[in-house]
Design a protein around this ligand. Structure first.
Ligand code: ACO
Length: 400
C-alpha cells in the first residue's frame, strides 16, 4: 500500500531494486564481464593475456586512455609517475597524529582526502590539465601513502621513494626496505605482485567504483571521489574480503574445527558465518581472476620457498564447497579474494595491508571510470529514488 504517485516524476516508472541487482546506472566502454561464462576483458583484451604479458602501468594507461600505449607513451607515463612520488613533508607528519593501531585502510582514505588539500587550486574536474596532473599524482602517491601506513603500523621509519626502481619494485622497497640498509628486490615477488595488481585494476560497476562515480557526479574532484571509493572498498563484503578470508582460515586452524564442520555452520546460517572469498554478484560460474590467482599461489609459494598450511586449508574448503549442493545451487564459487591473501602473506605483508593492496590495484580503474563519467554529457548527479514507508502526515504536539 505504498503511494508511488510522487515517484513517477521523470520516467513514469520507479523500480525498487535493493543492491541495484537489475539496474544499470551508466554506459561504459572500459570493462566487459560475462558472469555466466566467467569472462573479464579490459577494453576488449582478455584478462588472462594482460596478466601474463603486461605491466600494471601499461594496463593503467589502457584503462584510462582506451588503447595500449606506444613504447614512448608508456615511457613518458612511467617517468612522469616517478617524478611525482614525493609527499609534502607536512603530509608525512599527518601520519603521526594517528594511533599506530589504526587500520591501514582508514589511514589510506584519510590521507588521500588530506592529499587533496595541497592541490585545491588544481582540482577542477572540468580542466583537462588538472585532471591529467591529478591522475599522475594519484598513481604516484597512493603506493607511497600505502607503504607509510604499513611502516606506521610497525613503528618503522618512512623511506623516500627510490625513483630508479620500477613502480612495483619501488613499492616493495618502501614497504620492506629499512633505512640506511640496502634492499634487494626479489624478482619472483615483484612479478607476482605486478600480476595481482593487474588482476584488480578494474571490475566495471562494483560497489567502490560506483561510489567513485556517484561522488564524481556531484562535481567532487578526483581525490574526494577516490577517498570515498577506498572507504567503500574497506567493507568485508567487498575488498575487505581478502583480509576476512585469512582471518577465517586462521580461526578454523586455531580452533581445531574440521573444515566439514565449518562448512555445515556456514550452510546453517545460524550464526551468520559466511564462507568469505566465495560468491559474487556477477560471476555465477568461476571468477576468472580467482583461477589465475590460484595458479599463482602454488607457483609463488614454491618459488619463495614458503609452505603455508593455510593454502592447503583453502584448497580443502574449496573442494568441499564445489561439491556441496548448498554452494552449487546458489552458484557460489571462489572470487578473487579467496587465494590472494595467502600470496600476500607469503610476501610478508600483514593481513591488515591486504585490502590496501587491492586499493592500489583498483586505482587505475577508479581513475578511468571517474574520467569516463565526468566527460560523459549524459552524466547526471546520482540520486536514487525511495519508496516512503514511514508515518503519514501528523501534527507536532501543541502546533494546532
Ligand atoms: N557464504 C555462504 N553463503 C553465501 C555466500 C557465502 N560467501 N555468498 C552468498 N551466499 C548465499 C546467500 O546467503 C544467499 O542464500 P539464500 O538464497 O539462501 O538467501 C545466496 O547465497 C545469494 O547470495 P546474495 O547475498 O543474495 O548474493 P549477492 O550477490 O547479494 O552478494 C556477495 C554477493 C556480497 C559477494 C556474497 O556472495 C558474499 O557476501 N560473499 C562473501 C564476501 C566476499 O567474498 N566478498 C568479496 C566479493 S568479490 C569483491 O568484491 C572483490
Amino acid at each position: 500500500s505504498v503511494d508511488v504517485s510522487s515517484l513517477t516524476r521523470q520516467t513514469g516508472h520507479t523500480a525498487l531494486d535493493y543492491g541495484f541487482v537489475n539496474t544499470a546506472a551508466t554506459k561504459s566502454a572500459i570493462t566487459f564481464i560475462d558472469g555466466d561464462a566467467g569472462i573479464l576483458r579490459y577494453r576488449g583484451y582478455p584478462i588472462e593475456q594482460l596478466a601474463k604479458n603486461s605491466t600494471y602501468l601499461e594496463v593503467a594507461w589502457l584503462l584510462i586512455y582506451g588503447e595500449l600505449p606506444t613504447s614512448s607513451q608508456l615511457e613518458e607515463f612511467d617517468n612522469n609517475i616517478r617524478r611525482h612520488t614525493l609527499l609534502h613533508e607536512d603530509l608525512k607528519r599527518f601520519f603521526s597524529a594517528l594511533p599506530h593501531t589504526a587500520h591501514p585502510m582508514s589511514v589510506l582514505s584519510s590521507a588521500v582526502s588530506a592529499l587533496s588539500t595541497y592541490y585545491e587550486n588544481q582540482s577542477d574536474p572540468h580542466n583537462p590539465e588538472h585532471v591529467e596532473l591529478n591522475t599522475i599524482r594519484m598513481l604516484a602517491k597512493l603506493p607511497v601513502i600505502a607503504a607509510y601506513a604499513h611502516k606506521k603500523s610497525k613503528g618503522q621509519a618512512f623511506l623516500y621513494p627510490d625513483n630508479s626502481l620500477s613502480f612495483v619494485d619501488n613499492f616493495l622497497k618502501l614497504n620492506f626496505g629499512v633505512l640506511s640498509e640496502p634492499y634487494e628486490v626479489n624478482p619472483v615477488m615483484s612479478r607476482a605482485l605486478e600480476r595481482l595488481l593487474i588482476l584488480h585494476e578494474d571490475h566495471e560497476q562494483n560497489a567502490s567504483t560506483s561510489t567513485v562515480r556517484l561522488v564524481g557526479s556531484t562535481g567532487a574532484n578526483q581525490f574526494s571521489s577516490i577517498s570515498a571509493g577506498i572507504s567503500a572498498l574497506y567493507g568485508p563484503l567487498h575488498g575487505g574480503a581478502n583480509e576476512a578470508v585469512l582471518d577465517m582460515l586462521r580461526q578454523i586452524r586455531e580452533s581445531g574445527e574440521s573444515v566439514q564442520r565449518f562448512v555445515e555452520r556456514v550452510k546453517s546460517k545460524e550464526d551468520g558465518v559466511k564462507l568469505m572469498g566465495f560468491g559474487h554478484r556477477v560471476y555465477k560460474n568461476y571468477d576468472p581472476r580467482a583461477r589465475l590467482v590460484k595458479e599463482s599461489a602454488d607457483e609463488v609459494l614454491t618459488e619463495l620457498g614458503v609452505s603455508d598450511p593455510l593454502l592447503d586449508l583453502a584448497k580443502e574448503l574449496e573442494e568441499i564447497a564445489l561439491h556441496d549442493d548448498y554452494f552449487v545451487e546458489r552458484r557460489l564459487y571462489p572470487n578473487v579474494d579467496f587465494y590472494t591473501g595467502v600470496i600476500y602473506k607469503a610476501m610478508g605483508f600483514p593481513t591488515r595491508m591486504f585490502t590496501v593492496l587491492f586499493a592500489i590495484g583498483r586505482l587505475p580503474g577508479w581513475l578511468a571510470q571517474w574520467r569516463e563519467a565526468v566527460s560523459d554529457p549524459q552524466t547526471k548527479i546520482g540520486r536514487p529514488q525511495q519508496l516512503y514507508i514511514g508515518a503519514p502526515r501528523r501534527d507536532y504536539p501543541g502546533a494546532v
